[in-house]
Design a protein around this ligand. Structure first.
Ligand SMILES: [Zn+2]
Ligand SMILES: [Zn+2]
Length: 432
């Protein structure tokens, strides 16, 4: 038997409800914040990721699924969404239609990470990107949007952490100060940090290796080295978040793993899954569009790890299992034929109806209806057809409760009658 690829997973019908709920809530929220959906391919030219994410990042160095296609072109399964969205933004001249573009996308990403619990090599992200606004308003809006998303999902144990990474004007001097701080400690750094410290010493700040944490303990903070513009931008973002009622903490050690971030960077972290974990993150990337050949365009965005979010949600709630509105338990050939007609007619009119396709006993059909979480069961046999009446049973009623069932006339209005019964029993008065 052929098995699934290591690090990949199937999401089965029993687990899909939370995924759909998250996606529905996100879509609704994005729409009300004016974000439009964009869908880009899951595969791009390798060069796009190498140039945007940064050649000496973990992702590009060792985690990408990269291969040559039959003509020898190097292609990569996308490890994140921003690069592809930016490519599409440039390729379709989206800024010509409107210099301000708010976009979101959802879908699978691929990274060949070390296998560990809760980490998958195909994982899903929800991304939002806001192009064309350099003012702190854009940073505030996307961070607020992310905060509202967790709010709507009722995930409360999440903390927003914010930092500023400065800009090309002020970051070099900070890198220098950081290098000076690390200069006496180089031999203590982990292998990765040691190798990268010359080009990317900031990564030492968020390295999880104990010796790097120790080395970075009293390191100078970027916050204290920001130029006037970055400093004022950062201050306005923090003030704006406070005004919008978005709680946050400043975190001098937050640098994120991608090279393209400038100024504001943020992460939403939780301890609900054990150790401190990021469930979402993002930041401003004012230089990326131009670096990939587009017009100078300020931008800010975020990515939510959907797999981890689902894990969080399963920890706080179990959605009620969904089942058919009506199950048609039909005994005998004639009843099955009629039942099939009623079932398809109900389905056409937006009512989820099911039947038993075998000719099992009424008892076993009832068992199956119960197991499928059906709300109503209509029981039809030879006698019922002869008499033109059948019992409709409400499955939520207890077994001895006779008020839970009623007689229904099997006439030309049957389907309409059933639709009415379903509508009346829905909490919202309509289909749930
Ligand atoms: Zn600056
Ligand atoms: Zn390290």
């Amino acid at each position: 038997m052929i098995k699934i690829i290591k690090g990949f997973r199937d999401i089965l019908p029993t687990d899909i409800l939370l995924w759909q709920e998250v996606e529905n809530i996100a879509r609704k929220l994005f729409a009300s914040f004016g974000f439009c959906e964009i869908r880009v391919p899951i595969m791009e030219k390798t060069e796009l990721f190498a140039r945007s994410i940064g050649a000496d990042t973990d992702i590009v160095e060792k985690e990408m699924y990269t291969f040559a296609d039959r003509k020898g072109e190097m292609l990569t399964l996308r490890p994140e969404a921003t690069a592809g969205v930016v490519r599409a933004f440039i390729e379709h001249n989206l800024s010509h239609q409107d210099s301000v573009q708010k976009l979101f996308t959802m879908g699978p990403m691929f990274r060949r990470e070390r296998p560990q619990k809760g980490r998958f090599r195909q994982f899903s992200q929800i991304n939002a990107e806001f192009f064309g606004v350099a003012a702190p308003f854009a940073d505030i809006l996307v961070i607020e949007l992310l905060h509202r998303l967790f709010d709507e999902l009722k995930v409360t144990q999440v903390t927003a952490r914010i930092n500023s990474l400065g800009c090309p004007a002020c970051r070099p001097a900070y890198k220098q100060a950081l290098l000076e701080h690390l200069s006496g400690k180089m031999e203590n750094l982990c292998e990765n940090c040691c190798r990268r410290s010359a080009t990317n010493p900031l990564r030492v700040l968020d390295c999880k290796s104990p010796s790097c944490i120790e080395a970075a303990k009293d390191a100078p903070a970027m916050r204290e080295h920001l130029c006037d513009e970055c400093s004022s931008h950062y201050r306005q973002v923090l003030d704006g978040l406070a005004r919008q009622g978005v709680p946050f903490e400043q975190d001098d050690k937050l640098v994120r793993g991608l090279d393209y971030y400038t100024k504001t960077t943020f992460e939403f972290q939780t301890t609900m899954l054990g150790a401190q974990n990021a469930v979402a993150g993002g930041g401003r990337y004012d230089g990326l569009v131009a670096a990939l050949g587009g017009p100078e365009t300020p931008a800010v965005g975020f990515a939510v790890g959907q797999d981890r979010l689902i894990e969080l949600l399963s920890a706080v709630k179990n959605p009620p299992p969904k089942g058919p509105d009506i199950f048609l338990a039909c005994l005998g050939e004639k009843a099955a034929l009629l039942g099939f007609d009623w079932m398809s007619s109900l389905c056409r009119q937006g009512i989820w109806a099911e039947m038993d396709y075998s000719s099992k006993s009424l008892k076993s059909q009832m068992k199956r209806a119960d197991k499928s979480n059906a709300r109503f069961v209509l029981m039809v046999g030879e006698n019922e057809i002869k008499e033109g009446r059948a019992l409709l049973r409400r499955m939520t009623a207890s077994r001895d409760d006779t008020t839970g069932q009623e007689e229904i006339t099997l006439d030309g209005n049957l389907v309409d009658t059933l639709i009415k019964k379903v509508a009346e029993s829905s909490p919202a008065g309509g289909k749930g």
